[in-house]
Ligand binder design. Structure first.
Ligand SMILES: CC(=O)c1cc(-c2ccccn2)c2ncccn12
Length: 121
């Protein structure tokens, strides 16, 4: 998940970049910053078929791979639900992912996305 140089940005890319920064701020321990590896989480790649993390999401924003906000949010939800699937409910990772998911959903509520509308025509 190597970050590339900043290329030209579409209005959607700028909006998703802005939202990604807000979401990352809700993960101060950086549990979701990078792909989960099998050595920190035994058997992870056998259990989680579609891994996702913030760095991969940033790469996809940079490569303009999200066609709209819903597309971006489905990767965010995937990242959180992966953590709730792999980790037991009494773990810090499960609890952090549940909190992160709710915080993320609140950020994209219709009354809260004025920023999105101003950034995208
Ligand atoms: C997100 C997740 O499931 C996760 C992140 C981590 C993690 C992330 C950064 C540093 C240390 N651990 C983790 N460790 C064990 C089991 C699961 N995880």
């Amino acid at each position: 998940c190597v970050l590339r140089q900043r290329q030209e940005r579409t209005p959607l890319q700028r909006a998703l970049e802005h939202l990604l920064k807000k979401l990352e701020m809700r993960d101060p321990q950086q549990f979701f910053a990078w792909p989960v590896t099998d050595n920190i989480a035994p058997g992870y790649s056998a259990i989680i078929t579609h891994p996702m993390d913030f760095c991969t999401m940033r790469q996809k924003v940079d490569d303009n791979q999200y066609k709209d906000l819903q597309d971006f949010m489905s990767d965010f939800k995937l990242m959180c639900t992966n953590a709730m699937q792999y980790n037991q409910s009494d773990t810090i990772y499960y609890k952090a992912s549940k909190k992160l998911l709710h915080a993320g959903m609140k950020l994209v509520q219709p009354d809260k996305i004025g920023w999105l509308i101003t950034l995208t025509p």
